[in-house]
Design a protein around this ligand. Structure first.
Ligand code: 2HA
Ligand code: ZN
Length: 282
C-alpha cells in the first residue's frame, strides 16, 4: 500500500505531468504563449492517474456552467487560468491541475494541483466541447491545445478568411503540410474568447478538422498525443511563417507547388485532402 505522502510525491514522477511541463515551456520558448496566453487539456486514463494519486480524494469541486455529460468520470490534466506557460515547469502544482468530471457532468473534482485557489483555464468550455467532438470521431483522441502562434495570427490580418483558400495557402507553403493536415484548417469569425459560444463553435469545427483558427487570436489543435498535437500546430505555424516571409518579399512569388503536385503528394502518402481545395481532375 502506498501511503499518502508517497502518493502525493509520486505525481512529480508522472510522465503526463512532465509532458505538460515540457510542452508548455516549449510553447513559451517559441513565442506562442506570452504572459498567460494558451492552454492545454490532456485526457488521462484512470489507471494512469491512479498510479500517482489517490483518486478517491477530491480536494475541492468547481461547478460548470455548461454541462458535459459525455465526459462524466473522465480525468484530465489542464493548465490553470491566469497561469504563465513560462512558469509551469518550476511550479506545476500551482499552474496545473488534475481534474475529474463528476458523474452528472455538472462539476469537476480537483484531485491535485491548482494550489493557492487556482482553477482550470478560462477556455475550458472550448476544451471540453472539443474533446467531446474529437472523441466522437477518434477513439484515440487525447489532447486539446490552444496557443497564440505568431504567424498564424499575422496571417489572419492579411489573408482572406475563407477556410478553403486559407488551407490551400498553407498546404502550398511546405511540402509536408498536406500530409500533416489533410483535413485542412477551420476558421471561426472573430468572437469573444472564454465563452460557451466560442466553445460550441470551435467544437462544431472539430468534428471535421483538428486545427481551428480564431482570427486575430490564435489556434486550437487536437490530437492523440502531445507530440502529435504540438507537431500539428508547429507545422501550420511554420507554413504561416513562410507565407508571411514571402508576402513581404519584394520580388514576389516566382513559383509554387501546383495543385497537381499537392494531389500527387497526398496520394503518395495515402491521405485524402479536404474536398474542394485542390483544382485537379480526379
Ligand atoms: O489566457 O489564451 O484565450 C489564455 C488564453 C485565452
Ligand atoms: Zn488565447
Amino acid at each position: 500500500m502506498r501511503n499518502e505522502t508517497t502518493a502525493k510525491n509520486g505525481i512529480l514522477n508522472a510522465p503526463f505531468l512532465h509532458e505538460m511541463m515540457d510542452t508548455t515551456y516549449n510553447m513559451w520558448r517559441f513565442g506562442w504563449d506570452e504572459r498567460n496566453g494558451g492552454n492545454i487539456s490532456y485526457l488521462l486514463k484512470e489507471e494512469e492517474v491512479a498510479a500517482y494519486l489517490n483518486i478517491n480524494h477530491a480536494i475541492r469541486s468547481i461547478t460548470l456552467d455548461f454541462p458535459v455529460k459525455e465526459l462524466a468520470g473522465k480525468y484530465f490534466i489542464v493548465t490553470g487560468s491566469g497561469k504563465y506557460f513560462k512558469n509551469v515547469k518550476d511550479d506545476p502544482a500551482d499552474c496545473l491541475g488534475v481534474i475529474r468530471v463528476n458523474e452528472a457532468g455538472t462539476a469537476i473534482d480537483i484531485l491535485w494541483g491548482f494550489e493557492n485557489g487556482g482553477k482550470p483555464t478560462s477556455e475550458l468550455p472550448a476544451h471540453f466541447m472539443s474533446h467531446i467532438s474529437r472523441l466522437q470521431v477518434d477513439k484515440d483522441h487525447r489532447i486539446i491545445m490552444h496557443n497564440h502562434a505568431t504567424n498564424i495570427i499575422a496571417m489572419t490580418f492579411t489573408h482572406e478568411l475563407d477556410e478553403k483558400s486559407f488551407t490551400k495557402t498553407l498546404w502550398q507553403m511546405c511540402t509536408e503540410c498536406v500530409v500533416v493536415f489533410p483535413d485542412g484548417i477551420a476558421l471561426l469569425p472573430w468572437m469573444v474568447p472564454g465563452t460557451d459560444t466560442i466553445g460550441e463553435q470551435t467544437a462544431k469545427k472539430m468534428k471535421e478538422h483538428r486545427l481551428v483558427v480564431w482570427p486575430h487570436h490564435g489556434i486550437f489543435g487536437a490530437g492523440t498525443s502531445m507530440d502529435e498535437t504540438f507537431g500539428l500546430i508547429e507545422t501550420a505555424e511554420k507554413a504561416a511563417q513562410i507565407y508571411m516571409l514571402i508576402s513581404s518579399h519584394q520580388g514576389g512569388v516566382k513559383q509554387v507547388i501546383t495543385d497537381q503536385q499537392l494531389s500527387d503528394l497526398a496520394k503518395a502518402f495515402g491521405v485524402t485532402p479536404l474536398e474542394g481545395v485542390l483544382a485537379v481532375e480526379e
